[in-house]
Ligand binder design. Structure first.
Ligand SMILES: [Zn+2]
Ligand SMILES: [Zn+2]
Length: 233
């Protein structure tokens, strides 16, 4: 039998673990520490409450945002490899990292896990172009491991929008207006949205607002990476 060995996607060292990223590279990824419970942005003063000033002032439509990594190099590079080079091994890496964060977070906590997981959908046309939805690929192993149903037909992306990464924050908000529709009656009370990266938050905020209008009580977000620098948001 031939043993499967892969190379680290960042430094080419041979790796034999579940993901194709070596331990030192995995360890060096830019992690997020001490973030606002609701929007996931870093808290300026570690002593302050778990909410940032902005969320205390105006509550966003999501109830919480959990993210593992900062959207910075090499996370942005790995995410672009996944999306544009269709390298699905990156999805595995991200699911693994996300799961580690979630397991740490939920173990020994009274916080409830969601009733269903909804990966942020892509428009049909974009999904055809890309061949897969990266959010779904990241969400699949997480849903399986945590034993939470994954729904891919509850929400549909109805507006084919320009790539968000090319637009400013203001244009992103306009670009995304009325992007989603809900296909069926919502029965779940607590939903979590999964995405690869949250930049301005516009996408998850829009979908969360829609879900809440349909009767969902709690909407959380699990994102692999969160943009924390103004230039990335
Ligand atoms: Zn490496
Ligand atoms: Zn906040």
């Amino acid at each position: 039998m031939r043993l499967f060995a892969a190379c680290c996607v960042l430094c080419d060292t041979r790796v034999t673990g579940a993901v194709s990223l070596c331990r030192p590279c995995l360890h060096d990824l830019p992690r997020l520490k001490s973030t606002c419970y609701q929007c996931g942005l870093p808290l300026e003063n570690r002593q302050e409450a778990s909410l940032c000033g902005q969320c205390q002032h105006a509550s966003p439509p999501i109830d919480y945002l959990m993210s593992s990594l900062q959207y910075a190099y090499p996370v942005n590079y790995l995410l672009s490899q996944l999306k544009f080079k269709r390298d699905l091994t990156q999805a595995k890496i991200f699911s693994h990292i996300m799961l580690t964060t979630l397991q740490k977070h939920y173990s020994g906590q009274t916080m409830a896990l969601p009733d269903i997981i909804i990966p942020i959908p892509l428009h049909k046309k974009r999904c055809r172009q890309r061949g897969f939805n990266q959010a779904l690929e990241i969400a699949k192993p997480i849903a399986k491991k945590l034993n939470i149903p994954l729904s891919t037909n509850t929400v549909q992306r109805v507006k084919y929008t320009q790539a968000q990464s090319l637009l400013s924050a203001v244009k992103r908000r306009k670009n995304l207006h009325h992007s989603f529709t809900i296909n069926k009656r919502m029965t779940a009370e607590h939903i979590v949205l999964v995405d690869d990266v949250v930049t301005t938050g516009t996408t998850v905020y829009e979908l969360a607002t829609l879900l809440k209008q349909s009767g969902v009580k709690k909407v959380g977000v699990w994102a692999v990476a969160r943009a924390v620098n103004k230039k990335d948001r």
